[in-house]
Write a protein that binds this ligand. Structure first.
Ligand code: SD4
Length: 329
């Protein structure tokens, strides 16, 4: 598709976009109904949901010739530091016992990876995950061990529970009903993929997980292969939504492998969601969104329910892309 036609469409606000529940409330700079037709381009960064600041930060690094690893690290940190994002970092919703426990992972062009699981009291789990990757012989550190390692690396103890999240948790305890609302509660996990000027791909994913989860519960986001996977020869994929279902299909790895077999990022994301739906035999009371990018810089996304979007930033523009969904309305 010609670039001119794309740019024209990229500023069109579609009816579908307006009706999507979350999008209406968020600050779309530009939108497109033609996300499958975004021309392949590099460098590029994409991330789950409409994270305008995170994608801007990552693009600032990429356009100056910075590495994709630095771009995804600093990009997702924007959300970890945003107290208004109640699904990532400081301000995240706590577990049932009122404790905020954070999960994050990172993966670089050489297949190196690091992750922290259910870590408390540290504001930037993605930085700790990167330290695990770069400074230890391990891939994952969990709970107290991750926290202790963070202190050893110079991170400061931080109270992650904001007054807002605390009050909501106190309110939640009155019924203690565990029923995440599709696209509204638990929706703001950030997964980010970037290709830098050298063509190298990295990814990062960070979350406080499902709000009011059981103590010790870990979802897909810090699990390499589930919440995130990068293969520098092929591409990368990352996920948001009900982590248990992503883990059951090792979703991000599956999508990268489907791309290896020749599928486009869009086709691979669609197949990933279909596998989950087939496994669930008619159950559809949960949301999952996948995004993917291949080595050429083509992107794709797919989700279960309408309402999921992903941001892309490249020379083509800074775009909030509505995702097609398995269930149409
Ligand atoms: C989890 N996948 O812990 C995360 C939650 C999420 O947007 O993505 N929320 O299961």
């Amino acid at each position: 598709m010609q670039r001119r036609k794309f740019l024209k469409n990229s500023t069109t606000v579609t009816a579908g976009l307006i009706s999507a529940p979350l999008l209406a409330t968020q600050n779309n700079i530009s939108t497109t109904s033609l996300m499958n037709e975004i021309p392949p381009t590099k460098p590029i960064v994409i991330c789950t949901w409409d994270f305008h600041n995170a994608s801007s930060k990552a693009w600032d690094i990429l356009k100056e010739g910075g590495s994709s690893l630095d771009a995804v690290t600093e990009g997702v940190m924007m959300e970890e530091n945003d107290v208004n994002n109640q699904t990532v970092g400081v301000g995240g919703r706590p577990d049932r016992d009122g404790k905020v426990t954070l999960d994050a992972c990172i993966m670089d062009k050489d297949g190196n990876c690091g992750a922290v699981l259910a870590m408390q009291n540290i504001a930037n789990p993605i930085l700790v995950a990167r330290k695990v990757m770069e400074e230890t012989p391990h891939v994952m550190l969990a709970g107290k061990g991750a926290e202790q390692f963070a202190y050893e690396m110079g991170f400061k103890k931080t109270n992650l529970l904001t007054e807002k999240s605390k009050q909501e948790w106190i309110e939640w305890k009155k019924t203690s009903q565990y029923k995440p609302i599709i696209n509204i509660e638990n929706h703001d996990t950030i997964g980010m993929l970037a290709i830098d000027a050298n063509g190298n791909i990295s990814g990062a994913c960070t979350t406080s997980g499902m709000g009011y989860k059981m103590a010790g519960r870990v979802g897909d986001s810090p699990i390499i292969g589930a919440g995130l996977f990068v293969d520098n020869e092929i591409g990368g994929a990352t996920a948001t939504g009900m982590g248990e279902e992503v883990v059951r299909t090792v979703g991000s790895f599956l999508i990268v492998e489907l791309m290896r077999q020749g599928k486009s990022p869009q086709e691979a994301c669609e197949e990933g969601v279909k596998r989950i739906m087939e496994k669930n035999k008619g159950r559809d009371d949960f949301q999952i969104g996948f995004i993917a990018v291949n080595k050429k810089g083509e992107t794709g996304s797919y989700c279960i329910h309408p309402g999921f979007t992903y941001r892309s930033y490249s020379e083509v523009g800074h775009i909030n892309n509505p995702s097609e969904s398995y269930i149409k309305s």
